[in-house]
Ligand binder design. Structure first.
Ligand code: AP5
Length: 222
């Protein structure tokens, strides 16, 4: 059976950290809209320039730009057994667009995605974001405050460790505003559909991962 997971939560709640672990263990593609958009920016394309003008202000990039990126990605062969969507959808409009994309791609399947909501108090998040550092090559995510990271080389692959441009306190606050205004209503939407599972994202990384896998095994929506 196809495994379709959607991760929703505020900036810094640990979606990327958990997706990376699950994607490696379950051999499912990690579809991270933020990373795909940052690749587009790095390529210097017109879409990238447009995306940058929104990301640098902590706003969502336009609906159609992200929908096209997601649709093209979900059509690839490696998504046939499933995928993890990290950071999409982020608004009611995007959730409805995703319904259409999945109806087109999954027309012979009756799989319903499991939506994991990473629930956490906002005050814990700024500190996580301003201390985040990640590997330019393998994408591994670290935290300078809670992990013992020496120098600027990735402990996993030796790649360069970088900070994201939008991980300043000022932009992070704007990202939170955008999250509460645009994305938080999805919790209610998916709850009503019976697709939502809530995770306590304030716990230790390994505990959250254990809870995540437990919920997948039980296929519990709570
Ligand atoms: P994106 O890159 O997706 O950023 P985000 O959603 O704001 O989420 P983050 O990546 O900041 O946080 P995370 O929850 O993945 O946390 P992480 O695991 O890294 O999007 C960036 C921008 O792109 C958006 O603002 C928007 O402009 C645009 N965009 C993206 N998707 C879009 C869409 N669908 N539509 C329109 N625009 C879109 O962890 C954070 C830190 O905390 C790390 O240092 C980590 O080590 C640490 N940490 C993680 N878990 C724990 C834990 N349990 N305990 C302690 N520390 C932890």
């Amino acid at each position: 059976m196809k495994q379709e997971y959607i991760f929703i939560g505020p900036p810094g709640s640990g979606k990327g950290t958990q997706t990376k672990k699950l994607s490696e263990e379950y051999k499912l593609p990690h579809i991270d809209t933020g990373a795909l958009l940052r690749e587009e920016i790095a390529s210097g394309s017109d879409e990238g320039k447009l995306a940058d003008s929104f990301i640098s202000k902590g706003n969502l990039v336009p609906l159609n730009l992200v929908a096209n990126i997601i649709k093209n990605r979900l059509k690839k062969d490696d998504c046939q057994n499933g995928f993890i969507l990290d950071g999409y959808p982020r608004s009611t409009e995007q959730a409805l667009a995703l319904d259409d994309i999945l109806a087109e791609i999954d027309k012979d399947s009756d799989t319903k995605p499991i939506v994991f909501y990473f629930k956490i108090d906002e005050e814990l998040l700024i500190e996580r974001l301003v201390n985040r550092i990640s590997c330019k090559d393998c994408g591994e995510i670290y935290n300078l405050k809670t992990m013992n990271i020496q120098g600027n080389k990735c402990p996993k692959c030796g790649g360069e460790l970088i900070r994201r441009n939008d991980d300043t306190e000022e932009v992070a606050k704007k990202r939170f505003d955008t999250y509460f205004r645009e994305t938080a209503p999805l919790i209610d939407l998916y709850q009503k559909r019976g697709w939502l599972t809530t995770l306590d994202a304030s716990l230790e990384i390994e505990t959250i991962y254990k809870n995540l896998k437990g919920a997948i095994k039980g296929n519990v929506h709570s």
